[in-house]
Design a protein around this ligand. Structure first.
Ligand code: DC
Length: 215
C-alpha cells in the first residue's frame, strides 16, 4: 500500500440497504470526507424532472449535468422516493455515468481519506479502494426501513408499493449494461437484515481497523 495515497472506503449495495447511514457514520468516525454518489444521479434526475425534460435522452442529460453545482446539493429534497426512481432511470446512460464518475474519482483523490457510497464504487469509481464493503438486506426489511423513514418525515407511504418499487429498482440497477450493481471480487459482504445501525457499524469497523492499522 502507498501511504501517500488517500485511504478509500468503497461502499456499494442496493437501495435502502443502510449503506448511506453506515457510510456517513464511518466517515465521521475516521474523520474522512464523504460522497454519496447516489445524490449526483438524483441531482441530474431532479433537474430533468423540474425542466420537464426526458429521462432517457443522453445528450440532454449530459448537458443538464454540466449545469449543476454538485457542491451544494439539497439532500433532504433529493432523498425523495420518486427522485430515486428517476435517478435509477438516468443512471443507465453511459456518457452521463462517465461524466459523474470522473467527478467522483476526483473527489476520492483529493483528501487524506474518503468514504464513497453507491452502486459501482468498488468496481468502477475506486477499483483500488483499500476497503470495499457490499451491503445487502432482505427486500422486505429494506422496504420497512424506507417506509418508517417516510412516516417519520410525515410523508404518505404505502409499504407494498415501496417493496414493489425497490425490487424494480434492484432489477434495473443490477441488469443494466453500464456498470451494473454487483459486488467487486474483493468486497466484504455485510448483511444488515438482522443488524441495527450500531451492529452494522461495529461489523464494518472490525473489517476496516486492521487494514487501516497496516498503513
Ligand atoms: O443510492 P441512491 O438510492 O441514492 O441511488 C439512486 C439511483 O442512482 C440508483 O437507483 C442508481 C443510481 N446510482 C448509480 O447508478 N450509481 C451510483 N454509484 C449511485 C447511484
Amino acid at each position: 500500500m502507498n501511504p501517500n495515497k488517500p485511504f478509500i472506503i468503497a461502499i456499494d449495495g442496493p437501495a435502502a440497504s443502510g449503506k448511506g447511514t453506515l457510510a456517513r457514520k464511518l466517515a465521521s468516525h475516521y474523520k474522512f470526507s464523504y460522497l454519496d454518489t447516489g445524490l449526483t444521479y438524483r441531482a441530474v434526475a431532479d433537474e430533468l424532472l423540474k425542466r420537464h425534460l426526458p429521462l432517457d435522452n443522453e445528450d440532454i442529460a449530459v448537458k443538464t449535468a454540466s449545469l449543476i453545482d454538485f457542491g451544494s446539493l439539497d439532500r433532504a429534497h433529493l432523498s425523495e422516493h420518486e427522485i430515486g426512481e428517476a435517478a435509477s432511470k438516468v443512471a443507465v446512460m453511459g456518457r452521463l455515468r462517465k461524466a459523474l464518475v470522473d467527478m467522483q474519482k476526483a473527489f476520492a483523490e483529493q483528501s487524506n481519506g474518503a468514504v464513497l457510497d453507491g452502486r459501482d464504487i468498488g468496481t468502477v469509481v475506486c477499483p483500488d479502494a483499500d476497503v470495499k464493503l457490499y451491503i445487502v438486506a432482505a427486500p422486505e426489511v429494506r422496504a420497512e426501513r424506507r417506509y418508517n423513514e417516510m412516516m417519520e418525515k410525515g410523508e404518505k407511504a404505502d409499504y407494498n408499493a415501496i417493496l414493489v418499487d425497490l425490487k424494480r429498482r434492484d432489477e434495473r440497477d443490477m441488469k443494466r449494461t453500464e456498470s451494473p450493481l454487483k459486488p467487486a471480487k474483493d468486497a466484504h459482504l455485510l448483511d444488515t437484515t438482522k443488524l441495527s445501525i450500531e451492529g452494522a457499524f461495529t461489523a464494518a469497523c472490525a473489517i476496516i481497523d486492521p487494514i487501516l492499522a497496516k498503513r
